[in-house]
Ligand binder design. Sequence first.
Ligand code: ADP
Length: 486
Amino acid sequence: MKAYRVAYLGSDGDAAIALENALKTLNFPFMRETGDPSGVQKAVEFQPDIVLWDIENSMPDETFPLEVLRKAGFERQPLVAVVKSGDVEGAVHSLAGGAVDFIYKPIREDPLPRMLAALNVGQKQLRLEWSNRVIEDTNDQVKGVLGNLADPAYIVSPEYQILWMNRAAEEIFGEGQRGGACHHVFYDRTEPCEVCQKSKGSARWRAMLKNGKSYRFISAVVRNGRGEVEKLAVGTDITPDEEVQKIHKTFISNVSHDLRTPLAAIDQYVNILLEGLAGELTEEQRSYVDVIGRSSFRLHNLVENLIDANKILSGDFKLRMEVVSIQDILDVVVHLLQSQAEDRGLAFQVQVADDLPPVYADKARVAQVVANIAGNSIKFTEQGMMQIRAGFMPRDEGRVIVSVEDTGIGVPKEDLGKIFELFYRVEKDKVYVEEGAGLGLSISREIVRAHGGTLWAESMEGMGSAFHFALPIYTGGQGQGAPAGQ
Ligand code: ADP
């Protein structure tokens, strides 16, 4: 067995002799020193493996001097308290203060088993202290980075108490707000905000702050060095986005409503002409009027889509939430998609995993998402197949995933991140491959987000694409539909 070096810091001669005798039989090097700074210093130089601290060194109400001894040079040694027999209170205080164990004096029993156990516990304690220090360091680094951010960031306790704010947040809310309740300081509320009450973990929300600007916040759970849970939130200023969106919204709304009236007139006169009410048409004239009618119909659809998109993208819509199965949602759109795919000569498959739990969703809106992305798959696939699959999200049984895969033209790598932007369409050699307005994916992403889900894409140019969206399953705890845009 390794000869462990043991130091006793205390003035009790009997205890020292008993320890020395017990350890001599094992050839464990032993040293005895007083508990004053010079004694401690000499003991540090002895480089012991275990330090025995007689609590009589300390004043009666003093706590166990863990920090002092660590700073003096016992950086990693387990510290064992030597306590007068029967002094249960002293033993408990020592353990609470950081001692890994205690032994009673006068020393009658063989102290070795307790010391070996202390070595073992000491190793574990060191590992814990080390990992806590790493957590503290990492948290400090994160705070360092966030501290200089131009946008607000803060940390709150589970009791909604502000623990830390960066400079940008202090500029908005004023200094000296630490310790205050976040809903009070940030939003002048007396009760915690709904988003905080509902989500114990990560969350996303938008808010207008006291500086009159709008921010999109994301939050995540972090732990401090003592293992306590805290919530870190970081905001992004979206005021310019919102202003641009407002201009967009007004423009689209004016234009689309203004287009409705002349389009209705075109439809009406096309019908008058086709019915022969303005005189019989020749075959040639009839075919021209047919083209006018079909073009007007397409324009009409586009205008209606624009009006719908405008509502969704500005968060101006309410979800009609219900407990619904993925199969029920797919049933709304699958027949139409199947006949469209077959018209293009594509193989079409639908696979829904057994025992898939229901989701809490707006059936019509989620069906609209499936129709948009599956409609794209049909549009952008010349041959091969497209399939819709629904199953559990790998490694996340709390969400279901619906995937639409095709063997179509795919999306070039440089466009993949942009196809979800409003009006974005991929150009090939300066032409658009298929008709479209570039609305479907941005609308679909907003709808999925309003359900608390995510929509994303994978693709290889020339090989095909896969679009996936994940929705949280119904857990029984969901309230009424989240307002859009939250
Ligand atoms: P739209 O289809 O009306 O143009 P979307 O927002 O639905 O608008 O799609 C944006 C663009 O993304 C499309 O114009 C197309 O370039 C690309 N895209 C979407 N889905 C696919 C797909 N399955 N395969 C290839 N390209 C796709």
